[in-house]
Design a protein around this ligand. Structure first.
Ligand SMILES: Cc1ncc(COP(=O)(O)O)c(C=O)c1O
Length: 376
């Protein structure tokens, strides 16, 4: 890649109409985001060369946490190296509050890593299947064992939202239970105000990432990233003041890893500001998602009408999917055939991502391009 990712992106020296990756709100090349990163670098250097527990809390680092708290309607947030670590940050913070980890069998690699890190027994349930979760819990959560369920909120290649409300219901009979969602692809893009899959499902947002467990209901936790919809870089966990204070106090990532470069923090803080001040970006993303989903469905493809900006096409054969990708590339349009990923079956799948910055004409070009390739 030889440009910022955007509606048009230069790959291998050629500019493509680009429907790949995760820059859903189209902010990675936004001039204000770039300026914020440059100014922060000039002022604070490449990095603080110390941990956050040391003296690494530069103004942009504190700023991005304040902006995240504002966006998510929480008191505070913890900003850390990469969204990939979100599940691990939470699992470490929640140590001692659960006895068993139940994971969706198709969860992201980062979920599986965090489950191992928890040093608790791990059981798997069938992908996006609350009944399977209920059966697994009934079998393994005897003698008052407290389960922690971990899942992707939106699956990264299939683009399907997890039935988190079903998991919440399945967890209700178990005292001390908790549901933890890796919402890397949902924060900023899914849910009425962009707060992700828990908001989308109507679960009690006010209890998310807090120390409160109202009426014995399952506790709710979420982690995410600023590297996708939010157009910058770094992992994020927003939450109540006491929850975040405790998370930071216990986290080895806070204590013993270099703080994120101020450029990343400043860019992320600016991206939050832009998202807050320009709600039309999220609306435009939604309009584009609908346009593309409707268009592809109109070609007879199996595409549902969700608002997730990721569309996955699993065609008859691997060869056919590779051919579709190659022929679209010839037309100057880039979509990605993924042979392997945590949420894909043995054939892999074509992943198409749509951004707020795609125009109607660009989306129509993609639909026409797919139609042309499939007609052959
Ligand atoms: C579900 C999920 N979690 C976490 C990550 C990693 O996030 P980041 O790229 O911010 O490290 C990804 C990456 O695509 C992902 O799909």
């Amino acid at each position: 890649m030889q440009s910022a990712p955007g509606a048009y992106t230069i790959i291998g020296g050629r500019q493509y109409l680009y429907f790949v990756g995760t820059g859903y709100l189209g902010l990675h090349g936004h001039p204000e985001v770039l300026r914020a990163a440059c100014e922060a670098t000039e002022k604070y250097g490449m990095g603080s060369a110390t941990s956050r527990r040391g003296f690494g809390n530069t103004p942009p680092t504190l700023d991005v946490e304040a902006r995240a708290a504002e966006f998510f309607g929480k008191d505070d947030a913890m900003y850390f190296m990469t969204g990939y670590l979100g599940n691990s940050v939470l699992v470490q913070g929640l140590a001692g509050t659960f006895d068993l980890v139940a994971v969706d069998e198709s969860s992201h690699y980062s979920v599986m890593d965090a489950a191992v890190l928890s040093q608790r027994p791990i059981v798997k349930f069938a992908n996006r299947n609350p009944e399977s979760l209920a059966a697994v819990l009934a079998e393994h959560c005897t003698d008052g064992k407290r389960p922690l369920v971990i899942t992707d909120g939106v699956f990264p290649v299939r683009g399907i939202i997890a039935p988190v409300d079903g998991y919440y219901r399945a967890l209700k009979p178990y005292a001390g239970s908790a549901l933890m969602v890796d919402d890397a692809h949902a924060l900023g893009a899914v849910g009425p105000t962009g707060r992700g899959s828990l908001e989308h499902a109507g679960l009690p947002w006010e209890t998310v990432n807090t120390n409160v467990q109202p009426d014995g209901a399952p506790r709710l936790f979420v982690s995410g990233t600023l590297s996708k919809a939010f157009g910058a870089y770094g992992g994020i966990v927003p939450g109540s003041a006491d929850f975040i204070d405790a998370l930071k106090a216990d986290s080895p990532y806070y204590r013993a890893a270099s703080a994120l470069p101020p450029a990343n923090a400043a860019a992320s803080a600016k991206a939050f500001e832009l998202v807050r001040d320009h709600p039309e970006m999220l609306q435009r993303l939604r309009d584009n998602v609908k346009l593309l989903r409707d268009g592809l469905r109109g070609l007879g493809l199996d595409v549902d009408d969700s608002l997730v900006p990721i569309i996955c096409l699993v065609l008859d054969t691997v060869e056919r999917m590779k051919q579709v990708q190659a022929e679209l590339m010839e037309q100057g349009i880039l979509i990605a055939y993924n042979p392997k990923y945590s949420d894909l079956g043995p054939k892999g799948g074509i992943r198409i991502a749509v951004f707020a910055t795609h125009t109607k004409e660009m989306i129509q070009r993609l639909i026409d391009g797919v139609a042309k390739v499939l007609a052959v």
